[in-house]
Design a protein around this ligand. Structure first.
Ligand code: DHB
Ligand code: FE
Length: 283
């Protein structure tokens, strides 16, 4: 069996997401002051206790929860769980005083250090990459309207099957990931393919919760982006597509109306194109 025929599984993408998190982010968690941990831990536990009292949670339900929580860790699915059901509120709080472009959750699948595409600004992709070609272009400006020359637009997204490189098997390392430098006028042009809607893994513990609660596992198709320029706040965001079945019904609650694109067919009819400008707040 070649790696191309291995079906992506929760345990594999969960383990990669956990490893990635420890490599890039876990160190910033060590600095939380005692008073803050005391306050937040107590309030979260108080909310859990209140829920148990209000709904008269039984020992059977308590043990089901315990088994499930242990399973989330064993499947490496804590990054998935937190980014789907918690991160969107952290993102709202973190960016509520910004005037520039709206942000959205980062999710578990960002990898720093993506290549700067060499063939113009076509993202790295397989020779016969499936999916509708998409030209994504725009300009990066400051809130006062000045173009931000040399701004960096990092982009990563799922393929036409809804899978991310480095987290699902059999996909080249940097497939559909790139770091594009805007020109002197802050403009960028990125050639890629339209991503497919993404289903969070259904064969692990997050999938069990979804099935047990009668929810669905879908996120609308989306492009992930990190846009940055010296002296400005980095914007981490996602862009969605009008008409997507799940655009108003995202399992991760990460869609904002300002983030929905409406691409039009390209002149040659072969693909679609869309313009979206980013506005960065001063740091
Ligand atoms: C998850 C996956 C995503 O692609 C995303 O953008 C957010 C969350 C997840 O599986 O947790
Ligand atoms: Fe995603």
């Amino acid at each position: 069996m070649t790696s191309d025929t291995v079906a992506p599984a929760a345990a594999a993408s969960g383990a990669s997401a956990t490893e990635r998190f420890f490599a890039d982010k876990a160190s910033s968690a060590a600095a939380t002051p005692t008073e803050r941990v005391d306050l937040l831990a107590r309030e979260v536990l108080d909310a859990v206790h209140a829920t148990i009292r209000r709904h008269k949670v039984t020992y059977e339900e308590y043990n089901a929860l315990k088994a499930w929580l242990i399973g989330v860790g064993q499947d490496g699915e804590w990054p998935l769980f937190l980014d789907v059901w918690v991160e969107h509120v952290v993102e709202q709080v973190a960016t509520e005083s910004r005037e520039g472009s709206k942000g959205s959750i980062e999710g578990p699948y960002y990898v720093p250090g993506a290549p700067e595409p060499s063939a113009g600004t076509t993202l790295p992709m397989r020779e016969a990459e499936k999916g509708t070609p998409l030209l994504f272009q725009g300009q990066v400006r400051s809130v006062s309207g000045e173009p931000l020359a040399g701004a960096r637009v990092e982009i990563w997204h799922a393929d036409d099957d809804g899978y991310y490189s480095q987290f699902a098997p059999g996909i080249p390392e940097w497939n559909l990931r790139g770091s594009v430098i805007a020109d002197e006028a802050g403009r960028f042009r990125i050639h890629t393919v339209q991503p497919a809607p993404y289903q969070i893994p259904t064969d692990g513990s997050c999938g069990k919760l979804i099935a047990a609660a009668g929810w669905h596992a879908w996120r609308p198709a989306h492009l992930h982006m990190k846009v940055s320029a010296p002296g400005h706040h980095l914007v981490t965001t996602q862009l969605y597509f009008t008409g997507d079945e799940h655009v108003f019904d995202d399992i991760a609650s990460a869609v904002k109306p300002e983030l929905i694109l409406d691409p039009r067919p390209t002149g040659d009819g072969a693909g679609r194109e869309v313009t979206y400008d980013f506005v960065l707040d001063p740091a």
